[in-house]
Design a protein around this ligand. Structure first.
Ligand SMILES: C[S@@+](CC[C@H](N)C(=O)[O-])C[C@H]1O[C@@H](n2cnc3c(N)ncnc32)[C@H](O)[C@@H]1O
Length: 300
């Protein structure tokens, strides 16, 4: 019975990425008609532009489900209740606070969590009392970096809906342009940010090493980077690594700029000196997972 359960589990993990791609494929007709009706015909000639449009439609369907599955890890992470990849009942670290950059904010799926943890009129009296008891400062400013115009429109509505309108500023460019004064109206100064939050987004940014180093420079000394990302498989042996690389080929078309085999943990650790690193694969993930994660916090 145990062997049968293990085989079933292995099979589920092996087909998991194909299910995502099948859902993405179901959005092909909608993507084609969307491009035709917007007149952006160049997207038919550019595989990257087409797959970004496809991803936008796919994520509108799948994003809420991915959020629901990730909540059990991401909420404790942002509340400072994760260490060694495990979730704790009590605060064991530092909750998100001060000036925050949310990388790849998407449609604002985590905005309600920021509001609850302590920003804007969305935070409750209970949240405020919890913060005061723990002497944790509240969130004073959030820069939501998001280049996809469809997502920024949804993000704008979402931050208003959760009461973050006066705290949340949308940076409507890719992270590679977030410090370019010509790319958007504001600027984020080096060493001015208390916390960086990245949820399932470093898999899709261009030049990850360079851009992660750039983000590192924006953090204050003592600042925190909260990480929940899917990464290159390292614990499942050569067959799982090979399988992940093969799956990555169609994945790159169906999932926009997302890549399966990034060594994001290495890139983050190499970004600069860290006072404290607590970033591991959650111990409850099996080694043969084709979409393994890293979870935790880095302190500059
Ligand atoms: C998988 S989605 C995750 C969205 C959100 N973090 C969430 O958990 O719902 C990845 C996001 O990264 C965004 N993205 C893509 N390229 C980016 C870039 N160069 N800089 C910042 N974000 C980017 C995508 O538009 C997308 O919204």
């Amino acid at each position: 019975m145990a062997l049968w359960d293990s085989l079933k589990n292995l099979f589920t993990h092996l087909i998991h990425p194909w299910l995502f791609m099948a859902i993405s494929a179901q959005h092909l007709p909608q993507t084609v008609t969307g491009i035709i009706s917007s007149g952006e015909f160049y997207k038919f000639l550019s595989p990257s532009a087409f797959s970004e449009a496809l991803f936008g439609n796919f994520w509108a369907t799948v994003g809420p489900r991915v959020k629901a599955a990730a909540e059990e890890r991401v909420i404790p992470l942002l509340e400072g209740r994760v260490s060694g990849g495990r979730i704790h009942a009590d605060v064991v670290g530092t909750p998100v606070h001060g000036t925050v950059i949310e990388i790849g904010a998407g449609s604002g799926m985590w905005a309600d969590v920021f509001a609850r943890i302590g920003a804007g009129s969305g935070s409750t009296a209970k949240d405020g009392a919890r913060r005061r008891n723990q002497a944790v400062p509240s969130i004073t400013k959030i820069y939501g970096v998001e280049p996809n115009p469809l997502s920024t429109a949804a993000l704008r509505k979402r931050v208003e809906d959760v009461g973050l309108g006066d705290v949340y500023e949308i940076v409507p460019v890719g992270i590679e342009s977030a410090s370019d004064p010509d790319a958007w109206a504001g600027q984020i100064q080096p060493g001015s940010v208390d916390c960086i939050v990245g949820v399932l987004c470093l898999c899709g940014i261009p030049d990850p090493e360079e851009n992660i180093k750039h983000l590192y420079k924006l953090l204050k000394p003592g600042g925190h980077w909260y990480v929940y990302e899917h990464v290159k498989a390292t614990r499942g042996g050569p067959l799982i690594s090979l399988y992940q690389r093969l799956v990555n080929i169609p994945w790159s078309f169906f999932l926009g700029s997302c890549r399966l085999c990034r060594s994001t943990r290495d890139s983050l650790l190499a970004a600069g000196p860290w006072q404290k690193t607590d970033l591991v694969q959650p111990p409850d993930e099996p080694p043969y997972k084709v979409l393994p994660h890293i979870l935790g916090t880095l302190t500059k």
